[in-house]
Write a protein that binds this ligand. Structure first.
Ligand code: DGP
Length: 126
């Protein structure tokens, strides 16, 4: 059994330019843009341009070039947002996957949250 990717998901539409986004950084293989419903003063989503549903999918099937680009893009956004540890006060990365991870959009994304204290790591489930 392989991974299933739904190319009608909202981030696929953003990548195709069908809906607008507030871009923070674009690289060869990655795109970072502001979350529509920010949970913190800094709330940026970083996605690969390739069709990957989750972190595990990306780790298994992305090229080395895509992975390097993506990891560096996440770090660069932290720097651009001033939350990195050379000048800022830190941040939290979250990547939800599947039903138990409560993933709403089935295209890999890392949330970068910061510019406020982020509180406990995991809230009690509803
Ligand atoms: P997740 O539960 O990890 O799949 O979070 C999906 C995030 O995507 C959520 O924080 C809200 C955000 N989001 C949903 N639709 C849009 C959109 O059309 N544009 C942007 N920028 N963000 C969106």
């Amino acid at each position: 059994m392989g991974y299933t990717y739904d190319d009608q998901n909202i981030f696929a539409k953003i990548l195709r330019g069908e809906i607008p986004n507030n871009t923070v950084l674009e690289t060869e293989h990655s795109l970072a843009f502001r979350d529509l419903y920010p949970q913190a003063p800094t709330h940026v989503l970083v996605i690969p341009k390739g069709s990957y549903v989750s972190y595990d999918h990306f780790a298994a099937e992305a090229t080395d070039a895509e992975i390097v680009d993506y990891v560096r893009a996440v770090g660069e956004v932290c720097r651009l947002e001033g939350v990195d540890l050379t000048t800022g006060d830190g941040y939290r990365l979250i990547s939800n996957a599947g039903a138990n991870g409560v993933q709403e959009v089935p295209h890999l994304h890392v949330h970068i949250l910061g510019a406020r204290h982020m509180g406990r790591m995991v809230a009690k489930a509803d």
